[in-house]
Ligand binder design. Structure first.
Ligand code: OGA
Ligand code: NI
Length: 344
C-alpha cells in the first residue's frame, strides 16, 4: 500500500506567498452549503452513556442512523493528554521543511509525512499535508516516522492513542447494545490487535480558498473515527441530503464519525458520514483524526446478527487486509468505495 509522492503544500505556500494556485489543486465546488444553525448536529454526552441513561443511548442510536456523525462531550480523556497531542501536532508542522522531509513516506507503505489516496499523476490534489502513523496494535508502530526532534511527541501520541482507544471501545459496547448484538461480537472482531491509525492534517491558508479543497469528499473506512480540531479554525463539513453542513466543534468535544466498516457490519442500518474539509483564506487549520478498525485478521461483512431475520446481506464479506488494500489503492470519491463493497 502506498500513495504517490506530492509536493508539500505548506512549502509551496511558504515559497510563493501562496499567490499562485497550481491547476492540479483547482476543483469545482458547486453544491449547497447550509447556513449557520440550519440543523443541529447531534451532541452525545459520554458521561451519560457511561451511567447507562436510556435517552442518551437512544440519541446515539439515532445519530448513527441519521447522521453517521456526532459531537462527543464530557468524555473522560484528560485535558493534558489532549493538549499534549495538540501541541505536538502543531510542533511537527512548525519544524523546518528539511526536518519534516526526514519523515517522508517511503515506497510501499503509508506511515509518514506526505499524502494518501494519490494513485495517478493527473488526479486533482488536496490542499493539505499530513502525517500518518499506525499506532495500534503496538507492533504496527514504525518509530522511524515518529518525529524525535520534539522531545514529547512520542509519549504524547502514546498517551493519546490509549485514551481515545478506550473511548471508542466503550462507544462500541454501547453501539452493540443499541443494535441488540452481544458486545463480544464486535469486541471479538477487534480482538487484542484492533487497528488504530492517527492522521494529523495540516491545511495551509489559500488565497483562492473557494477554488481548492483541503480534504476531498469521503467517508472513513473504519468503525469509528474521533476527530480533534487543533486550533480555532473550522473547516470540516458533513454531507446530508445533498447539502454540506459546516461543523463548529464544541469546546473540548471530539467529533465522531461512523465509518464504512460499521455501515457494513450493521448491513446499512448505521451510515458512514460523507465529509470533506475546506480551507481558510488567511489562517492555517490543523486537525487530528484517530481511526479505529477491527483486527487485520477479521472478516469484513455484515454481522450475521444483523442479517438474521429482516434483511439479506447488502455487502459482501472479505478479509480485512484485502479490504484495506482496496481502500488505499483508489482515490477518494465520496462513498463510492462502499458501493464497491455491495453484493452484486
Ligand atoms: C480525516 C478527516 C477532517 C478534518 O482525517 O479523515 O476527515 O476536519 N478529517 O480534518
Ligand atoms: Ni475523514
Amino acid at each position: 500500500m502506498e500513495s504517490l509522492p506530492v509536493p508539500s503544500v505548506q512549502s509551496m505556500v511558504a515559497a510563493e506567498g501562496g499567490a499562485h494556485v497550481p491547476p492540479r489543486y483547482i476543483r469545482p465546488r458547486d453544491e449547497a452549503v447550509a447556513t449557520d444553525g440550519e440543523t443541529e448536529i447531534p451532541v452525545i454526552d459520554f458521561q451519560r452513556l457511561q451511567l447507562g441513561h436510556d435517552e442518551e443511548m437512544a440519541r446515539l442510536d439515532r445519530a448513527c442512523q441519521d447522521w453517521g456523525f456526532f459531537q462527543l462531550i464530557n468524555h473522560s480523556v484528560p485535558e493534558d493528554v489532549v493538549d499534549g497531542m495538540k501541541a505536538n501536532a502543531r510542533g511537527f508542522f512548525e519544524l523546518p521543511a528539511e526536518t519534516k522531509k526526514q519523515f517522508a513516506q517511503e515506497r510501499g507503505q503509508l506511515d509518514g509525512y506526505g499524502q494518501l489516496f494519490v494513485v495517478s499523476e493527473d488526479q486533482k490534489l488536496d490542499w493539505a499535508d499530513i502525517l500518518f502513523l499506525n499506532t495500534l496494535p503496538v507492533q504496527n508502530r514504525n518509530f522511524r516516522f515518529w518525529p524525535n526532534q520534539l522531545a514529547k511527541f512520542r509519549s504524547a501520541l502514546d498517551k493519546y492513542s490509549a485514551a481515545v482507544k478506550s473511548i471508542v471501545d466503550f462507544l462500541l459496547v454501547t453501539v452493540a447494545n443499541n443494535l441488540g448484538v452481544d458486545p463480544e461480537v464486535i469486541a471479538n472482531k477487534c480482538g487484542t490487535d484492533g487497528i488504530q491509525a492517527v492522521r494529523m492534517n495540516y491545511y495551509p491558508p489559500c488565497v483562492q480558498a473557494d477554488k481548492v479543497i483541503g480534504f476531498s469528499p469521503h467517508s472513513d473506512s473504519d468503525l469509528l473515527t474521533l476527530v480533534l480540531q487543533v486550533n480555532e479554525v473550522d473547516g470540516l463539513q458533513i454531507k446530508r441530503n445533498e447539502t454540506w453542513f459546516p461543523v463548529r466543534p464544541l469546546e473540548g468535544a471530539f467529533i465522531v464519525n461512523v465509518g464504512d466498516i460499521l455501515q457494513i457490519f450493521t448491513n446499512g442500518r448505521y451510515k458512514s458520514a460523507e465529509h470533506r474539509a475546506v480551507v481558510d483564506m488567511k489562517k492555517e487549520r490543523l486537525s487530528i483524526a484517530a481511526f479505529h478498525s477491527p483486527s487485520v485478521h477479521a472478516v469484513i461483512g455484515p454481522l450475521k446478527e444483523m442479517v438474521a431475520h429482516e434483511h439479506e446481506a447488502v455487502y459482501r464479506s472479505i478479509g480485512h487486509d484485502e479490504f484495506m488494500k482496496l481502500f488505499f489503492s483508489s482515490k477518494l470519491e465520496g462513498k463510492s468505495f462502499l458501493d464497491r463493497m455491495k453484493k452484486l
